[in-house]
Design a binder for this molecule. Sequence first.
Ligand code: NDP
Length: 528
Amino acid sequence: MSSFTPSAVLADSTLTHDRLDDLAERVRTVGERSSIDVRTPATDERVGVVPACEAADVDVAVERARSAQVAWAERTPRERAAVLFRFADLVLDLREELLDAIQIETAKAREHAFEEVLDVVNTAGYYGKDGPGLLDDRNRTGPAPFLTSAVETYEPVGVVGVISPWNYPMTLSMADVLPALLTGNAVVCKPDERTPFATLLLAELLEAAGLPEDVFSVVTGEGSVVGPALIDRVDYVAFTGGTETGRVVAERAGKNLIDCSLELGGKNPMLVLDDADVETAARGAVKGAFTNAGQLCLAPERIYVDETVYDEFLDAFVGKTRELTLGVGVGYQGDVGSLIDERQLDRVREHVDGAVEDGASVLTGGRHRPDVGPFCYEPTILEGVEPDSQVACEETFGPVVSVYPVSGVEEAVSRANDSEYGLNASVYTRDTKRGRAVARQIDCGTVCVNDPFTVGWASMDAPMGGFGDSGLGRRHGEVGLLQYVESRTIATSAFGPMERPASLPGRWFIRLSSGALRVQTRIRRWLS
Ligand code: NDP
């Protein structure tokens, strides 16, 4: 057991140091390991420790997962779905402890922490209900009607590795873990070293919901040690994090010839069209840019506003942003919480200071607030940002957004698409049909009309992912489930090998086959 100066942040919560110690014991190591401090960004105090796992620990976790997976895959999809439904109930029952854990580890506002709880329940419910049907065998068309048939069947890939980040430790692990489990895989998850307890709590709840031992396990430690070890041992890797790390993960997965999904960064545009309801757009901008202090891959960081509504929008947006309160700690302390650590704070300061040096104006915010929390930074709106300033091109991942006037939809779309990223965009207009038409022109995996990101992310039935440097693959929906299976085609011929009958000369075979193919193509064209 570790000894700590009691933390004021923990004192306000349902969690104790002993409870966190117990959770850390869920991580199995082969021998003695050094430990990693877990600190709360609310006060920068140490609240717990977890083991710094090494490759040998990952080896054992994956081997145990491999053994446990066999019996898990033998259960029917509906039996596996029942575990997900029980898990969803437990998450709701124990939400206060989960919210406390998220707030301790991330110092985000409680309302923003609650979005994680909602999302985990939504994911479990969606895959619990729709997952089993999506795994049913599918009849496919054979090459010769009536004489041949084909059926597609699905097998779990085996052991899935999930590498998850710190900004949404519950949402961004479970978005991959739950569909991977439903398809009959075992999962080994490596949470970010700053936020392991949120994932360990969910591991406990999955077990309480009836998930057999070792089907889901957690390995903690440094990404550069545990990450590669995991990728070398699993059959699929689902990664969420920064684009640079994503490239390293993809390269390693490629060398191992395993498939991977990558949800990476974004420099998300928001478009306010000339017919937008300015109040709605301003509310969307506040929610989008400052949820979780902007540490959200879907958050808008560039807002293009039609010049005819620019001043009106800016007044509303700046006014609402000034009303936001900052706060840290467990409970309902403020509208916006803290950044995760010093490094993230430095990045935010560098982006804002650099933009100002290049000539930008700070319309509101722009200050570090150590009086609230060591890594707190005010919600910040910039105007007059130079196109080549760092804040204009690189992901800030903080409470900073730049606003630009544009001369119409064409310019807005062209500037929105002027980015290496393509994760999420939003369009504000009173005419939703027009909004959807503009959305089709934007090179992003999700485009939300009159909402910053929630309507897209929470549409669980629809895929979610990025164009360009924002990633590979999609989560959610059918594609988010079937990425965790190997498909097998079982094709049957009713007349033996598909070859030229011995009695038919080659010339006649070619002539007859060509005629039959021509008829088949005509029928296909007619049916198309
Ligand atoms: P990282 O990409 O470094 O971290 C994400 C996860 O990857 C963590 O669990 C990390 O582990 C792990 N990791 C680190 N190195 C490796 C590796 N070599 N192989 C496998 N896994 C590894 O993100 P950062 O926290 O450094 O954030 C940097 C930037 O990335 C942010 O400023 C933001 O722009 C972006 N980001 C985007 C996110 C998104 O939701 N798309 C989420 C988080 C960050 P550990 O940290 O424990 O070492």
